[in-house]
Design a protein around this ligand. Structure first.
Ligand SMILES: [Fe+2]
Length: 192
């Protein structure tokens, strides 16, 4: 699956502009995390696979909402068409919502999308409370501060994000910094 095919698939299923932006943010972050982990054994093909996983991880979200099956978020479209997205992206997408799907993350890519998903939302919310409302105006300390304020973006599960330390051997501060910089690079696409 090429990035172009993946984007076409995404826009075929997702109409909500914020969800498209969230998908783009996850793509950018996944590519950054891949490059950080695989400095010594980098492959363009694998970077693309990680990016597409980020781009498509919420592909079934609108269908799940419409059919009132959010408990199946992550696996719903695979139940309709097992080959809609090839491996290894498929496993990562099913497992990123493992608490509901019961498909457990195994590979580093699985854990990366699981850990980074909510973080992209916390970063968007952080930018929005800054007077400039720009990703370029916030830095790592600004986001860490928001992360450490439990009442801020209360719905974002900090514990899952923190698993980056155990599962990916990436320090939380580094993980947030990679995600922030990936998002900053596509700030105009994110409208921030
Ligand atoms: Fe997501």
């Amino acid at each position: 699956m090429t990035r172009e095919e993946a984007y076409k698939l995404l826009t075929g299923y997702i109409t909500n502009k914020n969800l498209i932006k969230h998908s783009l943010a996850a793509e950018a972050a996944m590519k950054k995390i891949y490059k950080f982990i695989h400095k010594e054994d980098y492959s363009q093909k694998d970077e693309d696979i990680w990016g597409i996983t980020g781009l498509l991880h919420d592909l079934d979200y609108e269908v799940s909402q419409k059919e009132d099956k959010l408990d199946k978020h992550g696996i719903l479209l695979f139940e309709k068409d097992p080959n809609i997205i090839p491996e290894p992206m498929a496993h990562a997408i099913k497992s990123h919502n493992y608490k509901s799907t019961k498909v457990l993350p195994a590979s580093k890519m699985d854990w990366a999308i699981t850990c980074v998903d909510g973080l992209t939302g916390l970063i968007v919310s952080s930018a929005l409370i800054h007077s400039d409302k720009k990703l370029g105006s916030i830095d790592i300390n600004f986001v860490i501060n928001r992360f450490n304020t439990p009442s801020f973006s209360r719905g974002v599960d900090r514990e899952i994000i923190k698993l980056c330390e155990d599962k990916l051997s990436i320090d939380l501060r580094e993980f947030i910094s990679l995600t922030l910089s990936g998002m900053q690079e596509i700030a105009s696409d994110l409208g921030l």
